[in-house]
Write a protein that binds this ligand. Sequence first.
Ligand SMILES: [Mg+2]
Length: 242
Amino acid sequence: MRPLTPINGTSALTKLFSARKTQKIIPDLLKAVLFDFDGTLVKLNIDFIQMRGAVLGLMGDYCTPPDEMGDLYVLEMIEAGKNFISRNNPGRENEFFSRAHKLISNMETEGSTEGELFAGTKDMLYELRSQQIKTGIVTRNCMAAVKQMFPDIDSCCDVVITREFTTRVKPHPDHLLTALVALDTDAGFAAMVGDHPLDIAAGKAVGAYTIGVLTGHSEASALRDAGADLIIEKAADIIRFL
Ligand SMILES: [Mg+2]
């Protein structure tokens, strides 16, 4: 597979949209759509505040976490916690890291038992496929939880990149680039769809067209502030723009 280079600035799709001064039609240039998972294709049922609290609590078994640790997203918190413990309680950092990951994976898989796909998700994925548009999932969630909520995901999407399959998770661009390389699609011909500003930030970082959805916890204003090119009610609505 050829390596992809992130494109700085605006994607070809964005330029075309501006040229047409319309957001009615996603043009033929669209070759792939990447989707976030929780809050975008399935009902968000992870309590991230509770999860972060649990990780901070676990860290307390090793040393007192610094205040600023509480502001991090949970995966970044585990990474920072490991580094902090390696300095303050050396030799225990790997134990913390593995316990913390087990803790959040358990919370994710427990949460996923109540998870359900949003109505119209599979039809939308099939419709994209019928129009020769490739699809990928890029999620910070773990594969076990994703498969529990969407057991036949592999037959509905071309690639699924959970956190186990990328060296750096979104908002780092590597996560999206891993999916785009697997799809053999340049970011300039791809759209990133997500419910969180970090999805929009990641999409913009690789030069993809970015679409915010309102099925998660973020308001339209937050997605707009992050730079979303288009905001739609729900991911299934994307087919109305094709
Ligand atoms: Mg999400």
